[in-house]
Design a protein around this ligand. Structure first.
Ligand code: GLN
Length: 499
């Protein structure tokens, strides 16, 4: 019997009951990867030996008795932007081809301490810049629902690995939507925790004031179990919040929303959103009302400027962060034949090492930060950011959580938007405000759009360090939807393009 269609919580129970060993569970997933990943291309690197060694260690620990994490022995897919000691970490870039970090990121340290089995590294848009995984230097990932479509981005590999049943758990990172948008278009669950809730130590920086790692899975509870493992204060990250992690697992299990006030953000929906997306979103709202929640409409007028401000702040920070790839400290080195100077080697390395989208962002960011323009661009964008934060603060005075569709559309075709950066950027119109304010955001599936039978994402936003609220609402909605459908959106019966 295979366990790949189970949830992580079910795998955990099967491990505890000794119905399966972690080694067997890991082998089942490695076999699945071998079977489907030539089509899906979710993984950039599969660490077969390392995963089996970690599984064996988890089995030994369990046999010895004593305290053990609920996720010990459960396999996971890791986005290739997080450092794992000795394992290639490319960030989807030629620049870091074959780079093996000499240390573990804090997320990886915590995963290892909990006995989670890391299967390998997942594909992503280069340096996490993109919404489709087409910007990976190693070729696109394909959406398991329809292999001609994108799995979202930048963390398309992690989301696709979950949807294709190659792993029950994954780690993503979210700077403007890279956990939530891939979750939405693959019918999976993804959470961007409060900024500072999960350590950024060892997370290759794109836009440091926005980047946040978070849990991805096929259910809200699995996401909560993983959240609990990776979250918490870390003195090695100066922006880490020194507070207790909210009890997200209890919140995910609670399954009731009686008396909760839920605000629908007027600006994140309506015109420009696919009809089937809006329809499924409305139906989900009705379910929440039927479960005792009160729904009110809320206006956040400054969200209109979020996308424009993001595309000043994120490229500005990227242009500064990516200056470290100078052909000397990390990654590849091009054209150093002993006859040319350091500047020429640097130029040749950055020319070959970075792809077009990364170059576009570096140019944008360098311009926005240049003296004479700094106040007009970067400075104004920071002011807009404050206004967005205030919109949220005001809204959270009267509601417990805010909700919206996660993305304007379902998964689009590979190639459809790759020549149109602005069309690509618009994917994140509903996810970016969360990052600008540093609050928590979750996406969970709320059905298939009637017009194309592709997954639709429901976004829940909660105030700083109140991440438990979105798990409470998400857990309730998920339970009601699964009982309405008679099965989860993703199950062994799901008609995926990968068999
Ligand atoms: N799609 C957005 C961008 O291209 C967000 C990416 C992310 O969250 N890493 O910047």
């Amino acid at each position: 019997m295979t366990h790949i269609y189970s949830t992580a919580a079910q795998m955990s129970a099967a491990l505890a009951a000794k119905e399966v060993s972690s080694v067997d569970l890991t082998k089942e997933h490695l076999a699945r990867i071998a079977q489907v990943d030539t089509d899906v291309h979710a993984f950039l690197y599969v660490d077969k030996e390392g995963a089996l060694a970690q599984a064996e260690a988890a089995d030994k620990l369990r046999a010895a008795g004593g305290a053990i994490s609920p996720l010990a022995g459960v396999p996971l897919a890791l986005k290739d932007v997080l450092a794992q000691k000795g394992i290639p970490t490319t960030c989807g870039s030629k620049m870091l081809e074959n780079w093996r970090p000499p240390y573990d990121s804090t997320v990886v340290t915590k995963l290892k301490a909990a006995g989670v089995v890391i299967l390998g590294k997942t594909n992503m848009d280069e340096f996490a810049m993109g919404s489709s995984t087409e910007n990976s230097a190693y070729g696109p990932t394909h959406n398991p629902w329809d292999l001609d479509r994108i799995p979202g981005g930048s963390g398309g590999g992690s989301a696709a690995a979950l949807a294709a049943f190659e792993a029950p758990l994954a780690i993503g990172t979210d700077t403007g939507g890279s956990i939530r948008q891939p979750a939405a278009v693959t019918g999976t669950v993804g959470v961007k925790p409060t900024y500072g809730g999960v350590s950024r130590y060892g997370l290759v920086a794109f836009s440091s004031s926005l980047d946040q790692a978070g849990p991805c899975a096929r259910t809200v509870l699995d996401t909560a179990l993983l959240h609990e493992v990776i979250a918490g204060y870390d003195e090695r990250d100066s922006t880490s919040i020194n507070q207790a992690v909210p009890d997200v697992v209890a919140a995910a299990k609670r399954q009731e929303v009686k008396g909760m006030k839920i605000g629908v953000v007027k600006e994140l929906g309506g015109d420009g959103f696919q009809a089937g997306v809006s329809q499924r979103f409305q139906e989900a709202l009705e379910i929440l009302v039927a479960n005792g929640a009160e729904i009110v409409e809320v206006s956040c007028p400054n969200f209109e400027y979020a996308l424009a401000a993001y595309y000043l702040i994120a490229p500005s920070e990227a242009s500064s962060n990516l200056a470290r790839f100078d052909s000397m400290r990390y990654g590849i080195r091009v054209g150093d034949d002993g006859t040319v100077g350091a500047e020429e080697v640097m130029r040749a390395t950055r020319h070959l090492g970075f792809g077009p989208e990364v170059k576009r962002r570096i140019i944008l960011g360098t311009y926005a930060l240049s003296s004479g323009y700094y106040d007009a661009y970067y400075g104004s964008a920071q002011k807009v950011r404050t206004l967005i934060k205030r919109d949220y603060e005001k809204a959270f005075e009267s509601v417990d959580v805010l909700v919206s569709p996660t993305c304007p559309t379902t998964a689009f075709k590979i190639g459809e938007k790759s020549d149109d950066p602005l069309a690509m950027y618009l994917n994140d119109i509903a996810t970016i405000p969360v990052n600008m304010a540093g609050i928590g955001g979750m996406s969970l599936p709320c059905g298939l759009a009637p017009e194309d039978n592709l997954p639709v994402g429901f976004q829940i936003m909660s105030p700083v360090m109140q991440d438990d609220r979105m798990y409470r609402v998400g857990g309730t909605l998920e339970a009601a939807l699964v009982s309405k459908w008679g099965q989860p959106l993703l199950s062994a019966e799901t008609k995926l393009a990968v068999k």
